[in-house]
Design a protein around this ligand. Structure first.
Ligand code: ADQ
Length: 469
């Protein structure tokens, strides 16, 4: 069987598999499982910076899996990671043209880092490898590898949304970005609507065509495109919610609630997650439902991320202010409406918190998938499950359509959904939960990665055969 080579911005090097599992989260575990199954290599940035311009990858090995990581210089990190990836592509792909900045220097640095990675990766590749590149940091990676003459089958998976052409066109070099995707054999998206947005760009802006089975031709190349909604390890997460660590977290939290109901939010501190509006909706709920005051608590867990980027510092300030405002306005000597925590949790503790909650409030403005929504469902107790409220703009809303689906821009609508969730009868909660759980059991993380790798194997091998004709 071919070896799989995973390329991603960050690499979770397995020093201790148990620790990786507890902290790094589902995706890292799934990618590692893929590598372990067929043997493989995981390649990417170490997350560190160095002053040394002459670098070679640090390679380590654990069983059948090798890890190769490279440091970046500070200038590279600023242009590639903080710059083009997180100040241009991230906001733009989340439809936030208002927050998107574009600097030619950042784009140049971004392409150069991709080239630098490609040069070092090319030396580590074997003839029958399958290469699987992840996410918006590495869009041009395939093209850079092809320039070096690498013929191996290559796939790309985009974890964030793909914007409609009207939005993408605001990027000065939009064509270069889309063209670079045609270096791959398979390009995967989270949802059918991301796939459609890509195909519309190809037909309307690139003069390309979409054939049967999502085969797309443009720029003189033919590739396969498909939606592969990512998921979680559903069974494992459900079992984790029954673990000792989860039970301890559950007990501690329930005891602190003194019979009150818990509404939970878990989101990286990011403007795409709609946190300000979530807090305002909760305030509206308290405003309109005076009887609920003192009876519910919103616990928002929001670990800070990308603190080097100004917009992230700003949203952090805003949320601190808003929490202070709402708590100052409604608190009683024995009740504070919002508990706001800027920290990380071990996954088992998170599972305990999900189970201790009557409602999960997941209200991003735009989200590729949103794994928190899926984790919340998997962690519920089957005979007394909580209610998921989810934004229609999260990729996960499509599969989890038995949740209460809301528009996060509609403050009153979200406030009403909170009330409906808190008063929902057990029978309805069980019905909604079991149909969502069926979906998550059918499409779990193992199914996701197997579908992707299977499609890459088939598409890549036939493309390779036709290249060698
Ligand atoms: P993210 O934007 O990071 O991922 P999400 O899908 O919700 O968003 O994943 C977050 C993960 O981090 C979850 O597994 C969650 O449990 C974990 N997490 C969050 N807060 C935590 C905390 N305080 N402590 C510990 N763990 C915490 C991007 C895209 C998403 C897409 C994923 C996967 O933006 O749309 O679903 O990739 O493709």
């Amino acid at each position: 069987m071919s070896r799989i080579v995973v390329v991603s911005n960050r690499v979770a090097v397995a020093r201790d598999p148990e620790k990786t599992r507890a902290r790094a989260g589902g995706l890292a575990v799934a990618l590692e499982a893929t590598l372990r199954e067929s043997g493989g290599l995981w390649f990417g940035w170490s997350g560190e910076t160095t002053q040394n311009r002459h670098r070679t990858p640090k390679v380590t090995k654990a069983g059948q899996v090798s890890y190769a990581i490279l440091d970046l210089t500070r200038a590279e990190r600023n242009e590639y990671y903080n710059g083009f990836a997180n100040q241009t592509l991230w906001p733009l792909f989340h439809y936030r043209t208002d927050l998107t900045t574009y600097e030619r220097g950042h784009e140049k640095g971004y392409v150069e880092v991709n080239r630098f990675f490609a040069r070092h990766l090319a030396k580590l590749l074997r003839q029958d490898d399958l290469v699987w590149v992840h996410d918006y940091h590495l869009l041009p990676m395939g093209e850079e590898l092809r320039r070096l003459g690498i013929p191996q089958p290559m796939g790309f998976f985009l974890h964030i949304p793909f914007p409609p052409p009207e939005i993408l066109l605001t990027l000065p070099n939009h064509e270069a970005i889309v063209r670079s995707l045609f270096a791959y054999d398979l390009v995967g998206f989270q949802t059918p609507s991301d796939l459609r947005a890509f195909q519309v760009y190809v037909t309307q802006e690139a003069g390309g065509e979409v054939r049967r089975n999502s085969i797309v031709g443009a720029f003189g190349r033919t590739i396969r495109t498909q939606a592969f909604p990512i998921s979680i390890d559903t069974r494992e997460f459900a079992e984790m919610a029954d673990s000792q660590a989860a039970k301890r977290e559950y007990e501690r939290t329930r005891a602190s609630m003194r019979g009150r109901e818990l509404i939970l939010g878990v989101d990286r501190l990011d403007y795409s997650k709609g946190l300000r509006e979530k807090f305002r909706s909760f305030e509206r709920f308290l405003d309109q439902r005076a009887k609920s005051r003192g009876k519910v608590v919103l616990m928002q867990i929001a670990p800070p991320s990308r603190g080097d980027v100004a917009e992230y510092r700003e949203i952090r300030r805003d949320l601190e202010q808003l929490t202070g405002h709402i708590n100052g306005r409604f608190s009683e000597p024995d009740w504070v409406p919002i508990r706001y925590l800027n920290r990380s949790f071990q996954r088992a503790n998170l599972a305990g918190l999900y189970r201790a909650s009557r409602v999960a409030l997941v209200t991003p403005f735009r989200d590729g998938m949103n794994l928190v929504a899926k984790e919340f469902v998997a962690a519920q107790s089957p005979d007394d499950p909580g209610v998921l409220i989810i934004s229609r703009f999260a990729g996960a809303a499509r599969e989890l359509n038995d949740a209460l689906v809301v528009n996060p821009y509609d403050t009153d609508g979200v406030a009403n959904a909170i009330n409906r969730a808190l008063t929902m009868r057990r029978r309805e909660r069980v019905e909604r939960w079991s149909s969502m759980m069926d979906v998550l059991e059918d499409n779990d993380l193992t199914a996701w990665r197997r579908k992707y790798v299977g499609a890459l194997r088939r598409t890549g091998l036939s493309a390779r055969a036709s290249r060698s004709l």
